[in-house]
Ligand binder design. Structure first.
Ligand SMILES: [Zn+2]
Ligand SMILES: [Zn+2]
Length: 317
């Protein structure tokens, strides 16, 4: 099969040919029709998080089809032991032996992939494959972050990329007001956020017109945490939704006082997936995508790093 492989971190991913994968018990063999690009793929490529297996096929937002024509989604959560204290307590996202698609298990930047059927997600009928793929991480982990932000009528989103452009739509559907924060001066992305229904859009160094009840930080810049705390109302929460973030600078305790909270989000549970994929057609979540052929996966990663597109990059083998 044709595939794109990360041989070494901090090196470009390269097109190659690999033997067709052979499914093991419980696994489905899938023909990949679309695989969206996530910032985690870029963190792995750029060595900002450790690679557990090299070479590896990246990509964990996979829409694929079985031989008998079933369409399924393959998310980041690829396998759990089902027996550890987290799995037994309903928090399989924290499984002590969890394995993740496109890091521990070869992912979707390829013509074919295999995935444990128990972790494949049912997809709503209707939207085409390439428009559904971004839901499988940006949508799902964004949705988990939104849930952990609690009942917050005024919601800030820092970093308005793949996850935020989907979660803004869900938040507005739920009746919340969305305040979008972009890189200072990124007027194009601020306009994009307003088109999707944001009440206000501005730079991450700006104060929104009213205090926020929660802020989700999708960008990987640690200095956004104290920025976000400063615009929170008492009792508000900052949710850090990425797998990697640069160091968080120190800040005065009074910015945290009055029961403000900072928390992170790690991975997803299958229940997060079932819930969002059932909700998506009701909203409906409309993804903005830029597609790339498989051989141009490295270009898609470079364009993500440089912020060259709005929404999500999707690789189509
Ligand atoms: Zn991801
Ligand atoms: Zn476990």
């Amino acid at each position: 099969m044709r595939a794109v492989v990360l041989e070494q971190q901090q090196q470009p991913v390269t097109p190659t040919t690999l033997p067709d994968p052979v499914p093991r018990p419980n696994q489905l063999l899938l023909r990949v029709s679309a695989c969206a690009v996530c910032r985690t793929d870029l963190h792995l490529r750029d060595a900002e998080i450790p690679a557990t297996k090299l070479p590896v096929v990246l990509g964990h937002q996979i829409v694929g089809r079985t031989d008998d024509g079933r369409r399924v989604g393959v998310p980041w959560l690829g396998w759990t032991d089902g027996t550890c204290r987290y799995c037994r307590g309903g928090r399989e996202n924290l499984c002590e032996h969890g394995r993740f698609t496109g890091r521990d298990i070869d992912g979707g930047f390829a013509e074919l992939t295999v995935a444990d059927e128990r972790f494949c997600l049912p997809l709503p009928d209707g939207p085409p494959d390439d428009q559904l793929a971004p839901l499988l991480c940006g949508g799902l982990i964004g949705f988990r972050a939104l849930t952990l932000a609690g009942d917050a009528p005024r919601l800030g989103l820092y970093g308005f990329g793949s996850a935020a452009h989907q979660i803004a739509q869900v938040a507005i559907f739920q009746g919340r007001k969305v305040f979008a924060f972009t890189r200072p001066g990124d007027l194009r992305t601020q306009e994009f956020a307003k088109q999707l229904g944001a009440t206000w859009a501005g730079g991450s160094d700006e104060r929104p017109p009213e205090p926020l009840d929660a802020a989700i930080i999708f960008a990987s810049a640690g200095e956004l945490v104290p920025n976000a705390l400063k615009v929170l109302a008492p009792g508000g929460t900052v949710v850090c939704a990425g797998i990697h973030m640069s160091d968080i600078p120190s800040f005065p305790y009074e910015d945290l006082y009055h029961e403000r909270t900072i928390r992170s989000v790690a991975n997803l549970t299958r229940d997060d997936g079932y819930e969002l994929l059932a909700l998506a057609p009701e909203v409906p979540i409309r993804t903005t995508i830029t597609t790339y052929p498989l051989e141009q996966t490295e270009q898609a990663l470079a364009d993500l790093r440089a912020g060259r597109f709005e929404g999500t990059a999707v690789v189509v083998p």
